[in-house]
Design a protein around this ligand. Structure first.
Ligand code: NAD
Length: 382
């Protein structure tokens, strides 16, 4: 298939582009490299030394013999988006290209607005370009499990059958997101659903859990293909952040009592889920929703797993309850359905001690690159 991977220079997008290319798809990466600019803004960096995008792609050509086309383009620039669609005529457009950090969106008013502008405007441009230039293209859009929040009932996959005052309907599952970033994803989902309804666009919204891990089969082929690995309190996500904290001898910063429970998945499953979504396109006018995660953990459970693996490796890992910079529920009910991708053939890589050990060892090889001052949270919700 002809597939555009927008956001293909990022943590999820890069290994997905390589995976799809390895599988024989004709892949084009679209990215405006803003994530690298945000590193400069925050004084942060990827723990792994990632090459410039053109060099990564050249290394992939050398290793695999396969071409990945690169277009440096901003999804908020409609002319640029229009040319991507006119010139590549993709069968699937995989959309990772958003600002993806909850703390980043909560820094101040300007960041909340920029987050909305970038994410909502970018996705609207993609929807209009599909309508105008590639109406058969299947949009595969990354949303987040965070759109649902933590309701006191089971979370369904996108839709819920409701009986109300004697009448029944199948309606979008209610959303109660926990940051301005997560709200951008809710707005995107609404905009996409609407475009499916009025223009007959085909779309799959992937409500992804928190992604952990570093390598995939393709990034392991050559050190120049290594994935980015965020550890700072703004972009580093739970588990990956804990593993790096263990590697540098920092206490694991569990926010509050650590009972906050979410869905998680291995980066190796992210790439496969995208393939499954692309291979099973929505019908014209259909808005599919999959909950893309494989297991649920509380933050405390993750910290304890890292502590155990660390001590098996001879490290003295301490868990330090840390004042929670976020406003979130503790000791809450959490049970989210996630059968759609399993039904399509996903075989999950579950979280094992061996996996944590592999990532921990990779982190130990790069400890010199870590700026310790970036580990503690500075952005608060209040
Ligand atoms: P990332 O920040 O590492 O990558 C995003 C990429 O998109 C970057 O390379 C960035 O330069 C690019 N980008 C951003 N705005 C752009 C624009 N306007 N035009 C062109 N390129 C743009 O993030 P990630 O972790 O790879 O996440 C990818 C997607 O998956 C995001 O939409 C995110 O919300 C979603 N997601 C991620 C996680 C996770 O744990 N990483 C969890 C759930 C959902």
């Amino acid at each position: 298939m002809k597939i555009v991977v927008a956001g293909g220079d990022g943590f999820c997008g890069w290994p997905t582009a390589l995976y799809l290319s390895q599988k024989g798809h004709d892949v084009t990466i679209v990215d405006n490299l803003v994530r690298r600019e945000i590193d400069v803004e925050l004084g942060s960096n990827s723990m792994t030394p990632i090459l410039p995008l053109e060099e990564r792609v050249a290394a992939w050509k050398e290793v695999s013999g396969k071409d990945i086309e690169v277009r440096i383009a901003d999804l908020t620039d409609y002319d640029a988006v229009a040319s991507v669609f006119q010139e590549t005529q993709p069968e699937a457009f995989v959309h990772f290209a958003e600002h993806r950090s909850a703390p980043y969106s909560m820094i101040d008013r300007e960041h909340a607005i920029e987050n909305h502008r970038n994410n909502v405007e970018g996705t609207l441009n993609v929807l209009w370009a599909i309508k105008d230039f590639a109406p058969d293209c299947h949009l595969v859009k990354l949303g987040t499990m965070g759109e649902y929040g933590q309701p006191n009932i089971d979370i369904e996959e996108g839709w819920i059958e409701i009986e109300h005052k004697g009448r029944k309907d199948r309606l979008p599952f209610p959303k109660a997101p926990g940051s301005f970033y997560h709200l951008t994803k809710v707005h995107d989902s609404d905009n996409i659903m609407f475009a499916c309804r009025i223009w007959g666009i085909r779309a799959t919204d992937l409500n992804q859990g928190v992604v952990y891990g570093l390598e995939t089969d393709e990034t392991r082929l050559d050190p120049r293909l290594v994935n980015r690995f965020d550890y700072d309190a703004v972009f580093g996500t739970a588990l990956n952040r804990f593993i790096i904290q263990a590697a540098i001898g920092h206490d694991l910063t569990v926010y509050g009592n650590g009972s906050q429970t979410r869905g998680y998945l291995d980066i190796q499953d992210t790439v496969r889920c995208i393939e499954l979504a692309c291979e099973n396109p929505a019908e014209r006018g259909e808005f599919k929703v999959y909950n893309q995660f494989t297991e649920q953990f509380s933050v405390k459970e993750l910290a304890e797993k890292v502590q155990k693996v660390g001590s098996d490796l001879g490290l003295d890992v301490k868990i330090a309850p840390t004042e929670n910079p976020r406003v979130e529920k503790y000791d809450h009910y959490y049970n989210a359905v996630h059968t759609n991708l399993l039904d399509l053939g996903l075989e999950p890589h579950l979280l094992t001690d061996e996996h944590i050990a592999e990532v921990l060892k990779a982190a130990q090889e790069n400890v010199d690159r870590v700026k310790r001052e970036l580990v503690m949270p500075t952005v608060t919700w209040k």
